[in-house]
Structures are given as structure tokens and as C-alpha cells.
Design a protein around this ligand. Structure first.
Ligand SMILES: Nc1ncnc2c1ncn2[C@@H]1O[C@H](COP(=O)(O)OP(=O)(O)OP(=O)(O)O)[C@@H](O)[C@H]1O
Length: 376
């Protein structure tokens, strides 16, 4: 199970009963985490997410069941050996405060016996990978870094020995929303290059939707309420509990699953730069129209007031800021509508030519329809 790309993890009837507890914290969980995928565990506080995750690297020993990692029985391996082959990143980074950034990142490669030069090269490579300039950060101590920088070092440390599996327990939980968004983007980028098998724990359903190839929605004692792709869970929550967790924003999130081509397009008056202002003024009446170039690509919005005597179509009106294509998501269309002066998303074809508009009423009625379907 060494090497760059991820391996499959399989949990077979895995349970954990903590000493002195009447009920199991994790009760007979069976799931397969496919090689090279990011699987996110979400669920309410105390449902057993962390316990389930920590049984994979045996920071917590299962009370019953079987775990295989890349086909190897994890419970038969030496726990220290096992953990050196599984990257682990946690909230607040968990860096060793008395070690420099470089020493922190080099810990696991050191433990598995890499020589000094190879470790130094690897530290440099990892800091680069997570966007920290090695010369600037290598010799600092964790307390001399911001929260987001510490999290980056935490991820670099988890990846340093090139493990096929990465466990991440709320790794971005302790940073502000903007830094969190950046760290998430960076993880997505890294993962598209590295293809590790990642198990990621979070409370935040939006984070799960963004990062997960699959999401496991867990209930009490880690019972799997639904295990599917984000799209499938958003479109079809398995039960009321999952629907509650998916949250009120589900219809809005679903806008990312629909395309502009899926909804009806409206039309607005148009004219090309070769037409006369009078022709366009007749067509727009009291409203607005779109001015197109000679190849019918949208240029500017014009209204009657822009078309008075002496005004030229070559300069009249306000530029169309943003257009969408048939393949754009309805979320993109909504954003275009919200930033457009006229309140339309202008839809263009493959050659950039005007094909129609989508307005806020169309988006609203789509949201209502999705909501009704989800309730039915
Ligand atoms: N060492 C322990 N001894 C006894 N009970 C424990 C121990 N660790 C966790 N538990 C209990 O096991 C259950 C699951 O805890 P776990 O930390 O796995 O949940 P979680 O879903 O990760 O929670 P959170 O989202 O709040 O971090 C909880 O009821 C918790 O109180």
C-alpha cells in the first residue's frame, strides 16, 4: 500500500464500544471507500465520525469487525507501521510546537528512515505544494504562523511520506471562512494531481458537497443514513434526517446541478450595429434591447433613452458584463442575473452568438419546482 495513488479502504461490520459505555459509539458499520476518491463523513456532533475515522489508522482500536486497506488487514499490521503509511491531518493542525515547520513536515519521512537530503528535498517540495515559500517558512515555529498557514503545514506533513491514504478530521475547522475556502480550493487542486484516497470529517454540509466525490451522511452510532455522490444526495435525500442535514439551502445548491439548456429561454428585442437607432427604438418601446455585433454577438444593453436624436448605435448603452452558455449551471445564470443591469442572463451559443435570455422568474419557478419535487 505504498505509492502515490490511493487504495481502497473497506470497513466490514466495524464497531466500537468504549469501556464503561452502555451503547456502542460505532455500531456495525460496513462501507467501501473507493481508491483515489474523497469520501466525506458528515453528521451531528457525537454521532461517531471521528471514532470511525480513527479506527482506520488504529488511533482507536475497533471492538469488532474487519478493516482492509489496499487489501491488507489493518488489524494485523503493527499500528505504528500502519500510521506511517496513512497521512493524518486534524483541526488546529496539531503541529509539534517545539519543532520548526521543516522538522514538522519531515517527521514521518524521518521515522520511515529516509536520508537527510531526501527529507530536505521533500520538505521543500511539500511546502511548495501547499503554497508556502520554503525559504520563508521552513525555519519558523508553528506559533509564528497564522491559523491558515498552520493548517497548510498540517496538510504538508500528512502528505510528506507520500501515503496512499489521507485521513482529515475537520482540518479546516478553526480558520475564517475565506481562508477556509482557499484551503478547500487548494485541497481540490492537490487531490486532482495526487489521487489519494481521502477520508474527510466535517460538520459542514457545504464543505462536504464541495470536496466529496461521495458523502456518507451518518446518524447515531455512525449508522449510514445515505452514502452517495453529492448530486444524488442533494437531489434525493434518503429521509427526513438527511433532508434536515442537507438544509434549507438545498434547492439553491441544486441550481448547480441544472444547466441553462434545461430551462426555457426568453427573448428580448435586438438590433445589430448596422441597423438604424430608429429601428431599434421602435422595437424596444419603453424597455431595453440588445445590440449585437455583425456576427450577432451581444455587445450592449440599450434603452429608448440611449437612442435619442444624434445618438449612435456604435456607442449607445451599457456593456453586457457576463453571458452564459447552454452548458452553464443555473447557479452561474443566477449570478449573471444578479450582476446584470437589466436583470437578465444573456445566453450565447457556441460561436458567442445571442440565443436568448434567462430571467429571475424562470430561476425562481425552477427553484419552486425542485422544492415541490423534493417534498413529493
Ligand atoms: N474515549 C472515549 N470514551 C468514552 N466515550 C467516548 C470516547 N470518545 C468518544 N466517545 C463517545 O463516542 C461518541 C462518538 O464520538 P465521536 O468523537 O466519534 O463523535 P463525532 O461524530 O466525531 O463528534 P464531533 O462531531 O462532536 O467531533 C460520543 O457519544 C462520544 O461521547
Amino acid at each position: 500500500m505504498n505509492g502515490k495513488t490511493g487504495v481502497e479502504i473497506h470497513l466490514d461490520n466495524v464497531s466500537k464500544r468504549y469501556p464503561g459505555q452502555r451503547t456502542a459509539a460505532v455500531d456495525e458499520v460496513t462501507m467501501t471507500i473507493p481508491a483515489g476518491e474523497t469520501v466525506v463523513f458528515v453528521g451531528p456532533s457525537g454521532c461517531g465520525k471521528t471514532t470511525t475515522m480513527k479506527m482506520i489508522n488504529r488511533l482507536i482500536e475497533p471492538s469488532a469487525g474487519r478493516i482492509t486497506i489496499g487489501g491488507e488487514d489493518a488489524l494485523k499490521l503493527d499500528p505504528d507501521q500502519l500510521r506511517r503509511r496513512i497521512g493524518y491531518a486534524i483541526q488546529q493542525a496539531g503541529l509539534f510546537p517545539h519543532m520548526t515547520v521543516g522538522q514538522n513536515v519531515g517527521v514521518v519521512p524521518g521515522l520511515v528512515g529516509w536520508d537527510k537530503n531526501k527529507i530536505a528535498d521533500r520538505v521543500e517540495e511539500m511546502l511548495d505544494l501547499v503554497g508556502l515559500e520554503p525559504g520563508e517558512f521552513r525555519d519558523r515555529y508553528p506559533r509564528q504562523l497564522s491559523g491558515g498557514q498552520q493548517q497548510r503545514v498540517g496538510v504538508a506533513r500528512a502528505l510528506a511520506a507520500d501515503p496512499p491514504v489521507l485521513l482529515m478530521d475537520e482540518p479546516f475547522g478553526a480558520v475564517d471562512p475565506i481562508t477556509r475556502g482557499n484551503l478547500q480550493d487548494q485541497l481540490l487542486r492537490l487531490q486532482s494531481e495526487l489521487g489519494k484516497t481521502i477520508v474527510f470529517v466535517t460538520h459542514d454540509f457545504d464543505e462536504a458537497v464541495k470536496l466529496g466525490d461521495r458523502i456518507a451522511v451518518l446518524g447515531d452510532r455512525s449508522k449510514i443514513l445515505q452514502y452517495d455522490t453529492p448530486d444524488a444526495i442533494l437531489a434525493n435525500p434518503a429521509d427526513d434526517t438527511v433532508a434536515g442535514f442537507v438544509g434549507a439551502g438545498a434547492s439553491l445548491k441544486q441550481l448547480t446541478l441544472l444547466r441553462v439548456r434545461d430551462v426555457e429561454h426568453g427573448d428580448v428585442p435586438t438590433a445589430t450595429v448596422d441597423d438604424s437607432p430608429e429601428q431599434l427604438r421602435e422595437r424596444v418601446g419603453k424597455g431595453s434591447g440588445l445590440l449585437l455585433d455583425a456576427r450577432r454577438r451581444p455587445l450592449r444593453w440599450v434603452s429608448a433613452r440611449d437612442l435619442g436624436p444624434g445618438k449612435s448605435l456604435r456607442t449607445a448603452g451599457r456593456p453586457v458584463e457576463d453571458s452564459v452558455s447552454e452548458a452553464s449551471t443555473l447557479q452561474d445564470a443566477l449570478e449573471a442575473i444578479l450582476t446584470d443591469d437589466e436583470g437578465f442572463a444573456v445566453v450565447v451559443g457556441t460561436r458567442g452568438e445571442y440565443v436568448g435570455v434567462v430571467d429571475i422568474d424562470t430561476v425562481m419557478s425552477t427553484i419552486r419546482q425542485l422544492r415541490d419535487e423534493a417534498r413529493a
